[in-house]
Every structure is written in C-alpha cells, then in structure tokens.
Design a protein around this ligand. Sequence first.
Ligand SMILES: Nc1ncnc2c1ncn2[C@@H]1O[C@H](COP(=O)(O)OP(=O)(O)OP(=O)(O)O)[C@@H](O)[C@H]1O
Length: 310
Amino acid sequence: MIRFEGVSKSFGGAKAVDDVTLSVARGTICALVGTSGSGKSTLLRLVNRLLEVDAGSIRFDGEDVTRLAPVELRRRVGYVIQSVGLFPHWTVERNIATVPRLLGWSSARIGERVAELLDLVGLPPGLHARRYPDELSGGQQQRVGVARALAAEPELLLMDEPFGAVDPPTRRGLQDSLIAIQRRTGTTILLVTHDVEEAIRLCGTLAVLHHGRLLQTGTPASVLTHPASDEVARFFGGPLLGLNRLKALRVGDRAHVADPPAAEGEPIDTDATLETALARMVAEGRSRLPVRHLADGRSGVLDLADLVRP
Ligand SMILES: Nc1ncnc2c1ncn2[C@@H]1O[C@H](COP(=O)(O)OP(=O)(O)OP(=O)(O)O)[C@@H](O)[C@H]1O
C-alpha cells in the first residue's frame, strides 16, 4: 500500500533520510524504530507531504504521493503526533470533526461519526464530546488525537510517538485500544516509536533506521532473533537483547507436545509471550508450564530449556 523507493531527504546538506526502500502492506502495522535523529519522523512527514522528497518516490496504492491533491491526501492519510495538537478553543467534538468538516460532510453524518469514534477510543460521547482539551487528562487527549486522525476513515494512519507523553499503564491501555481498533478497521499504520517494547507489541513489521539508512526490516521475532548488524543488536538492548527477544516470541513458537503430559500449574496460552512464561516460571518456582491447545489441538508443555534454544 505504501512503497518508498530510494527515498532521500537532506536538511542543509545533511542527509536525514538516505536512500530508503521499504514497503508497507495493506492492513499491517509497521514500526519505524532507531536512535534519536535517525530520520524516523522525517520519513513519516514525507508520506503526507509535510516535507517533500529530494530523491526517490513514495507510492500510495501505486500512485505517487506528489500527484495526489492535498485534500485527497488529508482524507486518505490520518496523522497523529505526540503533542496531540488538538485545537484548545474547540470542543472534543469539533476537534474530531476537523477533516469531515473540510470535506463538507453533513452535520448529521459528522455527529454520528464523532459519537462512533469516541466509543471506539473508549471515551463515552455523553461525557466527553462537549469538553475542551484542557478538561481532559493527557491519555484522554491522546485518544481524541487518534479519533480525530481516524475521522474520515483513512486508509493509512501515520503515528509519530503517539503515546509518548503518558505513563506506562495508560500507554499499555492505549496500545491495546489501538490494536483493537486496527483489527476492526483494517487501517494500515506506520508508527514511529522510541520504545522497543511498544514496537514489539504493536507491529507486524519493524523497520530499523540508523543515520537515515534502513538497516533491517522484518517481523519483531526475526529481527530480534537475527539482528543484521551490531547497530541493530545494540538498539534492541545490546547485552539485554535476549530478554527483549522473549517479548517478541510466543509460547506457541516454542511449546511442544507433552511426553509425558504431566505439568503442574495453570495452563498458559500459546499467544502469551515467552517473557510472560518466564515471569511465571520465576514467580512459581517451576521450570515447566502446561500449555493450552497447541496448533493441532493437543495440550503441550513449555520447558525453561525451550526459552534458551536458538
Ligand atoms: N525541519 C528540519 N530542518 C533541519 N533539520 C531537520 C529538520 N527536521 C529534521 N532535521 C534533522 O534531520 C535528522 C533526522 O531527524 P528526525 O526528526 O527525522 O529523526 P527521528 O529519528 O525522528 O528523531 P527523534 O527520535 O529524536 O524524534 C536530524 O539530524 C534532525 O536534526
């Protein structure tokens, strides 16, 4: 759905994005990660043309973004940034309605859409629609920012550190909401984050940038299992890479049929992370956990040794 082809962008002679080629498939979440200044935000802004490429092209469903009219780009591509950027003198309702109003939707259609979106992001419309941004918590403002970006049902959502300013438990709640929303709407998401854990939790594909260059792409499990270079390994924790890998792998990736079937304790789900499994083993003082329903329907076990095998 999005194809970056040899994309470069410089500021005053310094390359912020250097010859990046990357594809993001429709309906997937791709996380752009990398050290500060590696070009993540610049790459995102080139998509909705807040910035223009110096070289290369960005295709959106096959069409060069420079050929799309600004109003069409705004309808098809939502944008969420860390500082949220809500208009302080507008109610939540009016903030969310920004793009639909620009597109000339009827007020009835806008009202319905606003209520639907507030429900979707977990803010009951009756309580929140008429509030102003400064009457909301930071996490609630972030939710409104996401609702606003989704207002005109964009095919693509660009998110730049969307949950950067909220505390970890709220952040996890927002991540869960985003996963649920993405599953429901099928929106393609390109997300910038500094947070390794967030990237692993949310995305199907990681794209690792360093000094403007794309070092590696792949699923979190593949990148963390086979980092392509020392820079990638360093970014994902250096000496702690192994622990981060446990966040990217699932019980189902490593569990095996029980032989003998005996294992004590509450069975763990195949889609739990290996990190969760390890935490349970440590907390419960066991080196084996029963596993609920392997792919073939049989019950299985996970041994401590399964966590460390390559
Ligand atoms: N508008 C601009 N004018 C001049 N230089 C810029 C501009 N925007 C970005 N840069 C420079 O381009 C490089 C990449 O910046 P960018 O914001 O894309 O990195 P980033 O990976 O998103 O960083 P961070 O994680 O710190 O937000 C940096 O060296 C930055 O200083």
